[in-house]
Design a protein around this ligand. Sequence first.
Ligand SMILES: *Cc1c(COP(=O)(O)O)cnc(C)c1O
Length: 398
Amino acid sequence: MQQQGAGTPDWDDETLAIRAGTERSPFGEHSEAMYPTSSYVFTSAAEAAARFAEVEPGYTYSRFTNPSVTMFENRLAALEGAERCVATASGMSAINALCMALLKQGDHIVASQSLFGSTIGLFNNILSRFGISVSYVPLSETVAWREAVQPNTRLFFMETPSNPLTEVGDIRAVAEIAHQAGALLAVDNCFATPILQKPLQMGADLVVHSATKYLDGQGRVLGGAVLGKADLMQQVFLYLRTAGPTLSAFNAWVLLKALETLPLRMERHCRNAAELAAWLQTQPTVKRVYYPGLPDHPQHELASAQLALPGGMLSFEVVGGREAAWQVIDACQLISITGNLGDSRSTITHPATTTHFRISPEARELAGIGEGLLRVSVGLESVQDLQADLARGLVRLA
Ligand SMILES: *Cc1c(COP(=O)(O)O)cnc(C)c1O
């Protein structure tokens, strides 16, 4: 196979997204081929032995490596500025692989409070059974991270911007605290993508992705990735090839093609979200809008420094609580009522009764997730059409 583009780090993201990681078969195909094969043949017994002994590079079995998966890994690694990427079957298998590879019984995690629900489930219900404990801290209160450190703290885990209130954590400051504590910082970069934020360049040791969201961006496949330094990633790779939650060749190929348009899509997601956020602020039945691009966002300054653009996710609080929020959702004819996010199609959810319903009402109020809160993952449709869709419900609340 011919290497093309690997090790050309001076390209801009727009070029890397299209060119990095491409490998061509002897047929010389222009667009990347898909390799749906479980195993690989060898020219001799000696070659088979050398491949299995890892003294000769090459493919042996697709639970270990696959050319479609390799191309996706190398392209995403180029975009994140990572030494190595290991692709996984989903975002959750990426987070699970990271923990299983790098933690052991007795270790402690410090994590931001407002994490993806299944990440909290993994930490609280599964890792706890293997003797790994976790402390949660408010994402944007940098001192709280330091105060939560224990002698056995091995991992800091952060998701920024947060869901659904778009709170922003200081990656540089928290990385420094983690390193002083002898711990690693992992950032779930799902909401920002490498186009908006490159945590490894800000001191994070690891990045995890749910490729299911913006990286695909079209709601088609599940996928995930862990990225970081080669020595850490080798441990993640060894776990993955043994335990098995690897990315399929088909999904890798879909994601590889999706990365080509990621810079374009993110720019449009952000522009639509910024316009929608500004418009929502002018609506008399909207109490408050949460979007890092708005000057009144509590971490606006940090967000402007840390994110190239403020993202495609926003939330807003309507007057009238749950009943009013549900009315706005039910009046939508264009925006999809679904919990998924990072899709070319805009989606709307009522966090208090869906993604965050398991949390007690008191804890929800404390976290700022009120009954009148709505979250929108702003898609690529016309922003005028999105405004009209939300306006239909909002005017009824007056
Ligand atoms: C969706 C999501 C995940 C989990 O990803 P899956 O691909 O659904 O397993 C993890 N983190 C964040 C922030 C997410 O939005």
